[in-house]
Design a protein around this ligand. Structure first.
Ligand SMILES: Nc1ncnc2c1ncn2[C@@H]1O[C@H](COP(=O)(O)OP(=O)(O)OP(=O)(O)O)[C@@H](O)[C@H]1O
Ligand SMILES: [Mg+2]
Length: 244
């Protein structure tokens, strides 16, 4: 069973104490929302989990393997993948190439033909088949987000972290992203969704984590978290509902 253990993470950027002892566990195919005001530390936490930056202290284990000192490609191999709040792609490669490159880099013994077939399936699911030969730089913001989701499908990680998947996305693409999240979750994967869009978070999540200035102030069922006075005080009661 999938098991992610985050223990007592601290992160300092110079004098700025951005994560202050964050800890939680993910067991099995959980669908978790991670919320908190701007600057709470959500992206920083994601950057630590995927190996992009190292914590000042604390540990992260995925399925028994310690991953907090690994590089991103090693973390990907261990089974954790993420999308970026500001999307990233190989801008001068085609959509199809963008999907295949990370999968090739993983070198898991799949043939090129298998990978190409998989890429076509992924594009079909994302309704992007017609864009397969376009350069990534020609895609809209929403399509860039879909491409990142596609890249993750190719790698098929156990734990997926989506950093603001809905921000600036057209309602039509929003439906595709919802379907994607449900499909990946039903396939037995754990998903952590970071979003400022409360409607989406509350309709999708079975569990909510709330970060506030580096402290994890709540962890539980959305209905309970919604009523938690500390959460209302820190977040829901404030007027910070803008998109990132
Ligand atoms: N590389 C960095 N160097 C210095 N400070 C950083 C760096 N990355 C993040 N920070 C600081 O860490 C804090 C948390 O930022 P982070 O991006 O993790 O917040 P967030 O919860 O993702 O916010 P948002 O909802 O706006 O995306 C902020 O004060 C930010 O300025
Ligand atoms: Mg962020």
């Amino acid at each position: 069973m999938i098991h992610l253990t985050v223990r007592n993470l601290h992160k300092h950027f110079g004098g700025n104490h951005v994560l202050k002892g964050v800890g939680f566990e993910v067991k099995g195919a959980e669908l978790i929302g991670l919320i908190g005001p701007n600057g709470a530390g959500k992206t920083t936490l994601t950057n630590i989990l995927d190996g992009a930056i190292k914590p000042t202290s604390g540990t992260v284990y995925l399925n028994g393997e310690r991953i907090d000192q690994l590089e991103p490609y090693e973390v990907a191999r261990a089974g954790l993948g993420r999308t970026f709040q500001v999307t990233r792609s190989f801008r001068r490669m085609t959509v199809l190439e963008n999907l295949q490159v990370p999968a090739l880099a993983m070198d898991r013994g799949e043939s090129r033909a298998e990978m190409r077939d998989k890429a076509h399936d992924v594009l079909e699911f994302l309704t992007m088949e017609h864009l397969r030969n376009e350069f990534a730089q020609a895609l809209s913001g929403g399509q860039q987000k879909l491409l990142e989701l596609g890249r993750l499908l190719m790698l098929d990680p156990d734990v997926i972290i989506l950093d603001e998947p809905f921000a600036g996305v057209h309602p039509k693409l929003m439906e595709i992203i919802y379907a994607y999240i449900r499909r990946v979750n039903e396939a037995g994967k754990a998903i952590i969704i970071i979003s400022h869009q409360m409607d989406s978070i509350f309709s999708l999540s079975e569990r909510l984590l709330v970060l506030n200035f580096g402290d994890l102030i709540a962890d539980g069922p959305p209905e309970a978290v919604k009523r938690d006075p500390a959460v209302i005080e820190a977040y829901l009661g404030s007027d910070e509902e803008e998109e990132a």
